[in-house]
Ligand binder design. Structure first.
Ligand SMILES: Cc1ncc(COP(=O)(O)O)c(C=O)c1O
Length: 373
């Protein structure tokens, strides 16, 4: 067996050969619409999923500061250390927001998917996942031991064919999709998926991490929703919502909840305050959506379903070059490459936020037009 360093060198060489090396961009400061790099250069950022700008909202920051006065960290898991009262407040809000009986908060959206999927499914079960489902949903499926089948993105004929071929091979079946796809910004046909779930006796897991607008009504007796507090709520953490009985079961069996430390109180307070703002103020979501619509329209792209607009470029290096050229103009738009997206579909992913001004989006449109002129 090679020494650890020798192993890592070899593995890095392989990653480099496949252009899969990732590096962290050193920043001096971040937060809001602007980031400053380690050399002091400022960039208008279109990389953040803080679509509503809630991470910057005075009530959200204020709530976090107030809770920080008591303690920086939680110290133990929720089950071992006791349940902080802010959890109860936040979970009631989440259940009310998503109109379900109950909610459970996890350490992150990633941990929520991992824990929920592996608690619901097991060996002898079958999972049907959209091809573009987020990595944490696929990792949850792997961890569960169920057999995973992937259907073509948003293609109901493909899902039906997969169900027809494989549903009877599993005791339980679960169809998984994102409500809004993180790298494409398009919506899943949830009503049609729910009809197929009903027809083939499958449960439905919908990840609502990037959804800004209301979803269609889905059958409560077979649907579970997973989401994150880390994107449009501007805080950190993840959640699952569903019936009280299902949440009770997950609370005793989702290992990423049982065996992971509770969130710091300041994070819970921030998420709770952010949700309070979102539930009474529709303006930030409208503004982010309007920016996305204006941006998409400028490039004759279909009207977006969320505040995410991708410009698919193709080759990884070309996407990286485009990112650098925009950086030279003062805009930070991340190049998204495999394995995050399929090979040959590397892209610039524009994430629009209520923190952007109309003039910011106009300037961005001009810069991107010049880039592709
Ligand atoms: C669809 C989807 N689900 C889950 C996650 C993970 O959420 P978190 O960042 O809170 O771990 C992400 C974030 O990348 C996501 O895009």
């Amino acid at each position: 067996m090679p020494a650890l360093d020798a192993f890592a060198i070899q593995a890095l060489e392989k990653l480099a050969k496949n252009q899969r090396i990732r590096t962290l961009w050193p920043l001096e400061s971040a937060g809001g619409a602007w980031v400053k790099d380690a050399h002091g250069a400022r960039y208008l950022s279109f990389a953040s999923n803080d679509y509503l700008g809630l991470s910057q909202h005075p009530m959200v920051v204020g709530a976090a500061k107030a809770a920080l006065g008591h303690s920086a960290g939680a110290g133990a898991s929720r089950l071992a250390g006791g349940n902080h009262p802010l959890y109860s407040v936040l979970e009631s809000q989440l259940a009310q927001w998503k109109q379900t009986e109950a909610a459970r908060v996890f350490g992150s959206g990633y941990l929520a998917n991992l824990g929920v999927i592996s608690a619901l499914m097991g060996a002898g079960d079958v999972i049907f996942a959209d091809k573009l489902s987020h990595a944490c949903m696929l990792d949850g499926a792997k961890l569960s031991g169920a057999t995973l089948h992937r259907f073509l993105h948003n293609d109901m004929a493909s899902l039906k064919a997969q169900l027809e071929a494989h549903r009877t091979q599993g005791k339980h079946a679960l169809i998984m999709t994102e409500a809004i796809f993180s790298m494409d910004g398009d919506a899943a046909p949830l009503t049609e998926i729910a009809t197929l779930a009903e027809a083939y006796d499958a449960w439905l897991l919908v990840d609502v991490a990037h959804a800004l607008t209301a979803l269609p009504t889905l059958p409560k007796d077979r649907t579970i929703m997973v989401g994150t507090l880390s994107k449009s709520l501007g805080a950190y953490g993840g959640f699952v919502v569903g019936s009280q009985t299902v949440i009770d079961y997950l609370s005793s069996s989702a290992r990423s909840l049982l065996f992971s430390t509770a969130l710091p109180p300041a994070v819970l307070a921030a998420a709770s305050a952010a949700l309070g703002v979102w539930m009474v103020d529709a303006a930030p979501a409208k503004k982010a959506m309007q920016h996305a619509q204006n941006f998409a329209a400028a490039f004759d792209l279909p009207a977006p379903d969320a505040a995410i607009v991708p410009l698919v470029i193709g080759e990884e290096n070309t996407a990286l070059q485009a990112m650098e050229m925009l950086k030279a103009q003062g805009f930070y738009v991340p190049a998204i490459r495999p394995p995050t997206v399929p090979v040959g579909t590397s892209r610039l992913r524009f994430s629009l936020s209520a923190l952007h001004e109309d003039a910011d989006v106009e300037r961005l449109i001009q810069a991107v037009k010049e880039l592709f002129a």
